[in-house]
Design a protein around this ligand. Structure first.
Ligand SMILES: Nc1nc2c(ncn2[C@@H]2O[C@H](COP(=O)(O)OP(=O)(O)OP(=O)(O)O)[C@@H](O)[C@H]2O)c(=O)[nH]1
Ligand SMILES: [Mg+2]
Length: 224
């Protein structure tokens, strides 16, 4: 049986506002008091130009502390990734280019990607927020076709974002899924060596950089 659901996975650094975005979209209310680390996956139907997009939206959290964590479990068969950063957290923006785009492209090269700047309501209170120009330059570098800015707190930009997600999902005919069982089957590590979790890769990167500098008789300081 053909599975016509579209899987949307939300990734990004811790505390950028992923879960709050999804709670606000799912329940029309910003979670002022308590935000769970992970929201259970939920379904939404969005109609775009008479076409119905049945989305399954999946939240993620940094699970690199679990040594048996296999990101393919969540990533396989994804139609569209929302790669999120906080507009008031530059590191989270830089990590989109260094970590998140390479990671999702590695596991799911055919998926659509949308770059999403979160917490836009805080822009005015930050001395150096990430600007839309910087985000569109990043999009050019990583070949990401779309960028949105939203605030879960004020609900700004959320429906526009998920309409664009639906358009992206409907246009993505690359993923040949025949059902959820296949999604589970393909999580088998036979796909190839599972990459080290993100935090380990960052350490690996630093070690390689140190080695390079040592070879060039350069000092070993690394700016993190
Ligand atoms: N001002 C403002 N605060 C926000 C917004 N979205 C989230 N927050 C706050 O940012 C903090 C982190 O939000 P979460 O939604 O838990 O972030 P997350 O990315 O899911 O974090 P992890 O689950 O740890 O990866 C919480 O205190 C939220 O209340 C927003 O749009 N505006
Ligand atoms: Mg969360």
């Amino acid at each position: 049986m053909t599975d016509d659901r579209k899987y949307v996975v939300v990734v990004g650094n811790p505390t950028v506002g992923k879960t709050s975005l999804l709670i606000t979209y799912a329940y029309n209310e910003f979670p002022e008091v308590y935000v769970p680390v992970l929201l259970d996956e939920f379904k939404r139907k969005v109609t775009i130009n008479d076409q119905i997009c049945k989305m399954v939206v999946v939240d993620t959290a940094d699970e690199s502390d679990f040594t048996d964590y296999n990101p393919t479990d969540k990533f396989f068969g994804t139609d569209c990734f929302l790669i999120c950063y906080s507009i008031v957290d530059r590191l989270s923006f830089e990590d989109c280019e260094i970590e998140w785009f390479p990671e999702v492209r590695d596991y799911c090269p055919t998926a659509e990607t949308i770059l999403v700047g979160l917490k836009s309501d805080l822009r005015a209170s930050d001395p150096h927020p990430v600007t839309p120009k910087e985000a569109s330059e990043l999009c050019k570098r990583v070949k990401c076709p779309k960028h949105f800015e939203c605030s879960a707190k004020t609900s700004t930009g959320i429906s526009e974002l998920f309409n664009a997600v639906a358009v992206a999902c409907l246009s993505n005919s690359n993923v040949n899924r025949t059902g959820v069982s296949e999604r589970v089957k393909k999580t088998n590590p036979l796909r190839g060596p599972v990459r080290a979790p993100r935090r380990h890769r960052r350490l690996e990167m630093i070690e390689n950089e140190k080695l390079k500098r040592r070879r060039n008789n350069c000092c070993e300081c690394i700016l993190l």
